[in-house]
Design a protein around this ligand. Sequence first.
Ligand code: IPM
Ligand code: MG
Length: 356
Amino acid sequence: MKIAVLPGDGIGPEIMAQAVKVLQALGLPMEMEWADVGGAAYESSGHPLPEGTLKLAQAADAVLFGSVGDWKYDTLERALRPEQAILGLRKNLGLFANFRPAICYEQLTHASSLKPELVAGLDILIIRELTGDIYFGQPRGRRVAVDGHFPGAEEAFDTMRYSRPEIERIAHVAFQAARKRRGKVTSVDKANVLETFQLWKDVVTQVHSQYPDVQLDHMYVDNAAMQLVKAPKSFDVIVTGNMFGDILSDEASMLTGSIGMLPSASLDKNNKGLYEPSHGSAPDIAGNGVANPLATILSAAMMLRFSLNQEAAAQRIEAAVQKVLAQGLRTPDIYSEGTTKVGTAEMGEAVVRALA
Ligand code: IPM
Ligand code: MG
């Protein structure tokens, strides 16, 4: 099993060190190779996604990714900004299916900003299409407006687009995932306004005819944003486009107490994948040893499950995470009175001990 380890920027290296420790403690035959990505790669080789990093990712069985980005790169031309690294990896590796589970662990019910009864036992799965939509649609750019409200003014534009096959394949992923869960898919769109999402809704409805055992609901994205904080447990699987999924998955993370708990998997059509915490690089706390490594550790568990065919090892990690939470260990983002505050490395070491 060959794993490309890309720690990236900000808290990336700190949290990755803990995930690697946990993986190594499993005693499985794993070969890990490190490379720079994002701002770190820009510093070392002038590009956020250097050829060598991309090649390593392509050759590996799976990619474990930390986080990229720092405000100090905000003034660089877009092609050189750290975010282009993760977007480039998604595009080049064909990682169209993004799984973002939002699970509220029993011990963290009180860390959520919502009332405990609303989130206790929460277990939803957001499936975000990851290589299309307004993120990648061409054309895009800046120009002088020839029409609109202010002809002659500077304007910027992006293109929202989805093709039928792109929608079909993500719909299949969602229905198949729902079959292994509670059998319900909510497709989130904006069909009341956007052509792109009318096609989305039509295609998801058509694909659904192949899954009569799964329940399908449609919901507009604004309503979905509201229902997520009103009645989050009414959802099972949410399937949506790239941009809506970006926004709703951050919202959903807060239901669980902290975005520091949320892993993610981004898969291609053969289940090869990139695994990363759903949170960003948090440059404000980087280097302080306080970041929560659990999202990255749980991402490593997803990697074992989806790409490396090691279900037992995945479950061992997940059980170990449950155990350290039960022991009352908390990084500052999930700390509450009566628990024990620990740093990044202590949390990682506790998970390693709990594996035993
Ligand atoms: C995410 C992030 C990325 C995205 C950024 C870093 C490009 O917010 O993975 O959700 O917008 O997809
Ligand atoms: Mg995001």
